[in-house]
Design a protein around this ligand. Structure first.
Ligand code: ADP
Ligand code: F6P
Length: 324
């Protein structure tokens, strides 16, 4: 028989993402509306081990829906990767009367949730990362806002790139996934977009394309590089040396992780937070909330962690056809 849940804990873990606040708000308010007590855990698994835990009420999550970052703070916690750390985490849950935990974060955080679940603490995961690299979900909270931030920044870069007839090589986030790069590349009219999932050839994918468009009168260029490909500065030097076009590198970095969440991120976060509590209310445990074909669904944690997601490179083909 399913364990009776009276108190739900909630934490954010790993890299922050715009919309995490909206997810926390949805979890807290849905849980309280359904008669649960809610405990907020600060700084992810690190705060769980340190007992940075306090009761939340309806007003604890006021004035956060429009804010980036996470009101619960976030952290990475090496100790929690050990069985000892995980046992301590489960003990802390019991000590603070936390019967089930909602973990908002990425793959790593879900591995932590899986470990806690194995130690008898029911867990629900909500995908929060700007990288959109969670296999079981079409969409992760923060992705839309991060891409819009990148586009806004690159539009500014375009002005100066164009004035100087230059080439701007822009690195966007995405440690091991090219989702941000692919979309940003098409939205900013980049002459080339490099993603970790597809090896590139400098001559074929960048220089030849620049050369071809130069002959049609194009004088300035934007090249998007995913973080997982990296070496933006090196690439800018290579392009300048080979083409003679003055080139500059810009690494957008953590600016992409901040800022007010977009409508998409606020709505998805609210739906997912609501769904997480709905699952716990129904006695359905150890699941990852996800988006599939526009619907909010959920998968068993182990199944979700074993899934693979392939990138749809159609956008790359479209960009290569029209960004000329
Ligand atoms: P994300 O959740 O964004 O993928 P990380 O990979 O940094 O971010 O993971 C966040 C935290 O989750 C880690 O600092 C650690 O506390 C916990 N974690 C990561 N991997 C594991 C694991 N294999 N087992 C237990 N906990 C883990
Ligand atoms: O996972 C999101 C992400 O922004 C990655 O794209 C990036 O590689 C990483 O987090 C950076 O994390 P941090 O600088 O916080 O360690």
């Amino acid at each position: 028989m399913a364990k009776e849940i009276k108190t739900i804990g909630v934490l954010t873990s790993g890299g922050d993402a715009p919309g995490m606040n909206a997810a926390v708000r949805a979890v807290v308010r849905t849980a309280i509306s359904k008669g649960f007590k809610v405990m907020g855990i600060q700084r992810g698994f690190s705060g769980l081990l340190n007992g940075e835990i306090m009761e939340m009420n309806l007003r604890s999550v006021s004035e956060i829906i429009h804010r980036g970052g996470t009101c619960l703070y976030t952290a990475r916690c090496l100790e929690f990767k050990t069985l000892e750390g995980q046992k301590k985490g489960a003990e802390r849950c019991r000590e603070f009367g936390i019967d089930a935990l909602v973990v908002i974060g990425g793959d790593g955080s879900f591995r932590g949730a899986k470990a806690l679940a194995a130690l008898g603490i029911p867990c629900i995961g909500i995908p929060g990362t700007i990288d959109n690299d969670i296999a079981c979900s079409d969409y992760t909270i923060g992705y839309d806002t991060a891409m819009n931030t990148a586009v806004e920044m690159i539009d500014k870069l375009r002005d100066t790139t164009q004035s100087h007839d230059r080439c701007s090589v822009v690195e966007v986030m995405g440690r091991s996934a090219g989702y941000i790069a692919l979309n940003v590349g098409i939205a900013t009219g980049a002459i080339a977009t490099l993603i970790p999932e597809r090896p590139y050839d400098l001559e074929r994918d960048i220089l030849d394309r620049m050369n071809f468009t130069q002959k049609t009168g194009k004088k300035h260029f934007i090249v998007i590089v995913a973080e997982g490909v990296g070496k933006a500065q090196e690439l800018a030097h290579e392009i300048q040396a080979a083409s003679g076009i003055d080139s500059r590198a810009t690494v957008l970095g953590h600016v992409q992780r901040g800022g007010a969440p977009s409508l998409r991120d606020r709505v998805t976060a609210s739906q997912m937070g609501f769904h997480a509590v709905y699952l716990l209310e129904k006695g359905i445990y150890n699941r990852i909330v996800a988006e599939s074909a526009g619907h909010v669904v959920d998968y068993d944690i182990s199944t979700a962690l074993a899934m693979h997601k392939t990138i749809d490179t159609t956008l790359l083909d479209i960009a290569n056809t029209i960004s000329i």
